[in-house]
Design a protein around this ligand. Structure first.
Ligand code: TXA
Ligand code: MG
Length: 311
């Protein structure tokens, strides 16, 4: 565990990889302009090199360093949502190493809403950071998740528990249309309210657009099998892990968590539950069915991640 921003800065500047807190999930950070350090990120995480990384910045001068021809829509979204859980895909400047963007001519950028990490980036400059999990594990939302994934070999800045718990929304503004490549806390409605036009999603007729490489991987999955539980299902296998948001079970013998419609808390804890269930050796996780009609901004992203864990 790292105790000071100065120590993290030194590690990053000497080409090391450091786990950093954000409001969404922890990231595995490296100096975005240091090829060897970025390469280390892919290696340590076990991530395929064709899956590009998000560049994290702390001020708008850094945005000018990495992106060009930034459209007005992007500036409006930045004003409305940064720092915050919105990643914007823009045209990339040639100075950004190809390894960062997996050879694409676009770059994904975000300004995370976390004081420690913003202060760190002010010192280091732009940092690449995929979610800090080992490939194949749920994203880490607590420092101990990273320590477990890497047996303590990765330095972690302790920023406590991530507030949102689900990865940022990714919106592509590199072409004329705004396209959501990954749903998150910032919804398509919030985006279209700001830019005053329709926003499409990359999931056209169930097919993922090839432009969102990361969404092809099943990295939201625990080892346990995840299943939706319908209100009408009465046959609950007793040796399972249960997550409820409206139903308070009367059965003491089952291992359950009840959220009383607190969907923010439910999202914040989801990946931690996935990891806990695996750690305790459960083979099945049942999640009370979430309806798309629920009016809470995290619902579409929650359903998306759970659906991917089920696939
Ligand atoms: O909340 C988050 O976004 C976290 C924290 C650490 O910031 N980061 C994160 O990174 O979730 P990662 O690498 O696990 O997911 C990044 C997603 C992937 O789906 C990747 O394919 C996509 O963003 N992406 C990155 N660059 C892209 C680009 N140039 N064009 C399209 N998609 C891109
Ligand atoms: Mg990830």
């Amino acid at each position: 565990m790292i105790s000071s921003i100065e120590q993290a800065n030194e590690l990053i500047l000497s080409g090391n990889v450091v786990a950093i807190p954000t409001e969404t999930v922890y990231g595995l950070a490296a100096d975005a302009f240091n090829l060897v350090a970025v390469e280390k990120t892919f290696k340590i995480k076990g991530r395929p090199q064709e899956n590009p990384l998000i560049v994290h910045i702390s001020n708008l001068a850094q945005l000018e360093q990495i992106a060009h021809d930034i459209p007005d829509d992007a500036l409006r979204l930045i004003k409305a949502f940064w720092p915050g859980p919105l990643t914007i895909v823009l045209k990339k400047k040639p100075e950004v190493p190809d390894i960062v963007t997996a050879g694409l001519d676009t770059v994904a950028v975000r300004m995370p809403n976390h004081d420690i990490t913003l202060a760190l980036i002010e010192k280091t400059g732009p940092l690449t950071a995929p979610s800090a999990n080992k490939s194949g594990k749920p994203s880490p939302t607590k420092p101990e998740h990273i320590i477990a994934d890497y047996d303590g070999s990765v330095s972690v800045i302790d920023g406590g528990h991530c507030k949102i718990g689900i990865e940022s929304t990714v919106v592509d503004l590199s072409e004329d249309d705004a396209v959501i490549l990954r749903p998150g806390f910032i919804t398509s409605e919030m985006i279209s309210d700001i830019i005053g036009k329709n926003v499409s999603t990359s999931e056209i007729k169930g097919e993922m657009k090839a432009k969102s490489p990361g969404t092809r991987y099943t990295h939201y999955k625990p080892k346990a099998q995840v299943k939706w539980l319908d209100e009408t299902d009465t046959d609950w296998p007793s040796k399972s892990y249960f997550l409820f948001h409206t139903i308070k079970p009367k059965r003491a013998e089952i291992n359950y968590y009840y959220y009383n419609r607190d969907y923010s808390a439910f999202a914040r804890d989801l990946y931690d539950h996935f990891r806990t269930a695996d750690h305790l050796g459960y083979s099945q996780i049942f999640i009370e069915k979430l309806k798309n009609s629920l009016k809470h901004p995290i619902i579409p992203a929650l359903i998306d991640r759970i659906q991917r864990a089920i696939m």
